[in-house]
Design a protein around this ligand. Sequence first.
Ligand code: NDP
Length: 432
Amino acid sequence: VERNHGEVEFHQAVREVLESIGPVLAKHPEYAEHKVIERLCEPERQIVFRVPWEDDRGEVHINRGFRIEFNSALGPYKGGLRFHPSVYQGIVKFLGFEQVFKNALSGLPIGGGKGGADFDPKGRSDREIMRFCQSYMTELHRHIGEYTDVPAGDAGVGGREIGYLFGQYKRISNRYESGVLTGKELAYGGARVRTEATGYGCAFFVQEMLAARGDSFEGKRVVVSGSGNVAIYTMEKVHQLGGIVVACSDSDGYVHDEQGIDVELVKQLKEVERGRIGDYAQRLRGRFLRGRRVWEVPCEVAMPSATQNEINGADAVTLVRNGCIAVGEGANMPCTPEAVRAFQEAGIAFGPGKAANAGGVATSALEMQQNASRDSWSFEFSEHRLEEIMRDVHARCHDTAAEYGMPGNYVAGANIAGFTRVADAMLGLGLI
Ligand code: NDP
């Protein structure tokens, strides 16, 4: 804690993993002997840099950029970039740490990293976003590469931003190195299903958890928080799987629509118009509740897909009391430790983000595969691969939890399975 002073989210993420892996350490003393945990908690490299840019009125702004290259035992650093005013070292490190285990759990050859900037894209024009991305990449380009570090999107960084970032990388380096960034548009090396992957993957994961209990999405009321990339495609897939999403949100409040959220309208509002979810009710139906918490809406399945620590202990108690039987974390660490405890004590199926939202990074690894082989797969094939990967991730968590005597505990299963894969690679690579 002293070594990483003030980085509260990072402490929270590390504590959660350490609490789970006691049984593995007892079984494998070699991990402690070679100080694998201490090495895992120290990023291989941390880059912090100045990002100067000019707005449309000619005013100069200075932001702080980050890239944490956390662990490359399994492959090049891989993980998204987040542009949000709340970004600082503690957030980027928590996300990077989680990413190491998530990527290991995906079974694919990718290490873990994360980055971003304390830049607020809200209300910025297209030109301002472009100038910011260009300035950000002007520094970042010297640290990344197809075999080194492959960033992608995260909150505040979607297809448009990846396009500007890739354009600047290509210009500075004079290399058409498609595999240096993932989440690209199809026109310049992107992969089908990457946009949908995190949300679709999370819905597949929850479907597996429900199936393991002899249940399904059929007729279930589902609440999804957020209305960004993860939320939109979670809602789309839940509807395809027979569930009914009755509410979604943004940081202004939530919209409640018992007939089922019209996902096409949300796409229009958020992806095309870059507007607010509050407009949904005026345009179509339902009610917008400003400043209220979406978790008060009764549902059988909750899929937090907005941000960290968005479900606290009290929200969790409300959800359980209202009949919630499954929770799938689309966002990273959206449930506080108190919330996770409340869900586990109530015996409901709880899928942690490391496992439930691994579909995004897994499909990014498929984009890297396609870039490396100059290939482009169909939507159906890519979605099929995603579904298989999510089924495997679920099985790995489920079976590992059972093996260590904690059946149904997906948190322990995900942490132990992810940890073991990285730790074994680190042992094999020597003291690096
Ligand atoms: P987006 O920026 O596309 O969307 C984020 C959404 O969450 C927006 O609707 C935003 O609303 C809302 N939101 C943010 N803060 C709050 C809050 N305090 N209360 C309510 N709503 C809020 O991000 P993504 O969908 O890409 O990412 C969402 C989460 O999923 C993050 O935790 C991210 O790390 C995680 N994730 C994303 C992956 C990806 O592939 N994109 C992969 C794996 C995980 P507003 O516009 O008002 O800010």
